[in-house]
Write a protein that binds this ligand. Structure first.
Ligand SMILES: [Zn+2]
Length: 310
């Protein structure tokens, strides 16, 4: 289609370049005209209260023979609800004339059959405004428009509670930490529990925070990194208590306070570093694909639902 849209617009129409739609009214009936470049066609869209018209059959008959009367009409149909779609081939220089003819004929027919415009959502006959809902042009009543707008701003039904999510993440990560300490007490390399800390943290966030956003994922990861450090510290405290507690009459608290001193021993530090590298490595390895998946899903969900008045 090699045309300047501005040059082929019927009288009284406005072209919204960003949303690629012309809108205007003929005979008091509002229409939307969408240029479909790839198909070399125009789609004329009319939202009308056809169901309650006494002359519905008459109107549908008019649509049925429209392509016989005009060779440039590719398709004319009704969706059985409230939308009439007419597709016409672009003839370049003749486009303005063709669009004007169809716009005039269809709106005259609406007048004749007593078909007023109606809202494309609720089908009520009310004053309408043209809007682009997620990029699709539509006519909406004030009520539906406001609803769509608040839906767009409210970002869906579930709303995230970051504070409760954080509490949930702490609770979940603590569970994973307990696992780390328990495994460490049995004498295994506790790093295996690194995955559990991250996983339980995200689950906890989602349960209490209602929704896991990207912010939530970052909070969980930072929290998990800290928890893994904490878990290793507690593990060391427990092993001091187990090894030396009886001999030196150490309480559990004494044992914990001895951990920094213990960390000055090169041998121990080596073991701790090994355990941490293993823990972080395993957590990253085990969580990478699932975190990436959640990260992408969250992006999909948060893709903004947009409603723009035209
Ligand atoms: Zn409505």
């Amino acid at each position: 289609m090699n045309v300047q849209i501005e040059n082929i617009m019927p009288e009284g129409f406005v072209y919204e370049k960003v949303h690629n739609v012309m809108h205007g009214a003929v005979n008091g009936i509002a229409l939307l005209i969408v240029p479909i470049m790839a198909e070399n066609q125009f789609r004329i869209q009319l939202h009308g209260d056809i169901e309650r018209s006494g002359k519905k059959e008459n109107f549908l008959e008019f649509l049925k023979v429209l392509d016989q009367r005009h060779p440039f009409v590719r398709y004319a149909g009704y969706n059985g609800r409230n939308t009439v779609t007419i597709q016409i081939d672009s003839m370049e220089q003749e486009d303005k004339e063709n669009l004007t003819i169809i716009a005039s004929e269809i709106t005259s027919k609406c007048m004749e059959c007593g078909i007023p415009n109606c809202c494309s959502r609720c089908k009520n006959v009310l004053p309408l405004r043209a809007a682009a809902v997620d990029g699709m042009p539509a006519l909406l009543c004030e009520n539906c428009f406001t609803q769509e707008m608040s839906g767009a701003n409210g970002q869906g039904i579930r709303k995230e509670n970051v504070f409760l999510g954080f509490i949930g993440a702490v609770g979940g990560a603590l569970l994973g930490t307990a696992l780390w300490v328990a495994i460490g007490m049995v004498g295994f390399i506790a790093g295996i529990a690194g995955y559990a800390i991250v996983f339980c943290g995200m689950k906890g966030y989602e349960m209490l925070g209602k929704k896991l956003s990207r912010k939530g994922i970052v909070i969980c990861i930072v929290l998990s990194c800290l928890m893994i450090l904490g878990a290793e510290y507690i593990s060391l405290g427990f092993s001091i208590y187990k090894e030396l507690g009886k001999e030196y009459y150490l309480s559990l608290l004494d044992s914990f306070s001895l951990v920094p001193a213990l960390l000055e021993e090169p041998e121990i530090v080596g073991g701790v570093i090994k355990d941490l590298i293993f823990g972080y490595g395993l957590a990253i390895w085990a969580c990478f694909s699932s975190v990436r998946l959640v990260w992408r899903q969250v992006q999909q969900e948060q893709k903004p639902h947009t409603v723009v008045p035209l």
